[in-house]
Design a binder for this molecule. Sequence first.
Ligand code: PLP
Length: 395
Amino acid sequence: MFKKDFPIFKNKDIVYLDSASSTQKPAVMIEALRDFYENTYSNVHRGTCSLAACATERYEQARKTVADLINMRAANIVFTKGATESLNLIAAGLAQHLTPGDEILISVAEHHANFVPWQQIALKTGAVFNVFDVREDGSYDTDDFARKLNAKTKIVALSHMSNVLGVVNPLTHLIDMAHAVHAVVVVDCAQSIAHMPVDARALNADFLVFSGHKLYGPTGIGILAGTDEMLDALPPYQFGGDMVRSVRIKETDFAAPPVKFEAGTPPFAEAIALSESITYVRQIGFDKIMAREHALMNQLLNRTIELPNVHILAPNPNKESLVAMTFGDIHPTDIAALIARQGICVRVGHHCAMPIHERFKTPVSLRVSLGIYNNADDIERFCNALEKALRFFKG
Ligand code: PLP
């Protein structure tokens, strides 16, 4: 139904089931990017000509579009180059407030982008790095969370949706518990943002991050949303042009957030293009997106569990838009290689989440993930190809 909006699917042979890694791009976004570069391009914030004014206005309007998507104010939205940079920015800033013996608490299911920065600042500052478990069905083990949260916990980093397990974690209660011990809460929405409404205000986290390229936007653009209080308290991540109010030989007065965190020429063309993607997604509506993706997930899970040797990682009927699987003694890479020959794009490996693979006692898995362009035929083609590949290896 929506395939026609995505130029890549003019090639009818492609079955794209790797949207958790990065989504395909709608024509409206590609066209907006081309139009901006062709007709109204100029750097933002510093110029006086009409091109510069127009670029600045569209960049700031894009900030507002992002803010509206997650129910925040534009002043709370920092443009970065991706979720990874957003998380590193937050970690680098918060590290300055950590002292030996402070604690950081995260889950074993985090993507490396929401794992390694916290591990590294713990090593650097002498903070204790605590990791809580997930249950067999992939949901957060809230008892383990409660056991490991304490008055020394200064940072809690969670994800709205796992990029391996596809489980959406209800976070409000955990965030309230973390706030009760005065911990700063960071929520990674890189996976959920394209599949369901995310209300940052209702979640009440201190920071929330995601990437544009997983939301049908261009690469090189990410979001860091923070509360007024947190953005004011966080020191700048990089220094340079634009992020200052005044510079003298002996001192610099930094601009107010969000500009304080946007040193140098920001990714404004990408921000403008991302805002087109957001408008496109919102015109379709998350109700429709969720209904379609749920139906496809049911089809996928019902078909694959019937197949011999298919083991779903953390079986759970409430998986949203992605599922990871293994195949007994057949290596997922071998299966992926065979089905790739039929034009089917899935992902194989640890998906930048080695600790959760270790937790489920497998080094790698094959991940199938959905986008708004997928349809029942894509799922059928994948399942048929998988069935054939399994027969090839097992006879
Ligand atoms: N967090 C999660 C849950 C992810 O799935 C990803 C990417 O796969 C990231 C963070 C990092 O996103 P990026 O590589 O766009 O910075």
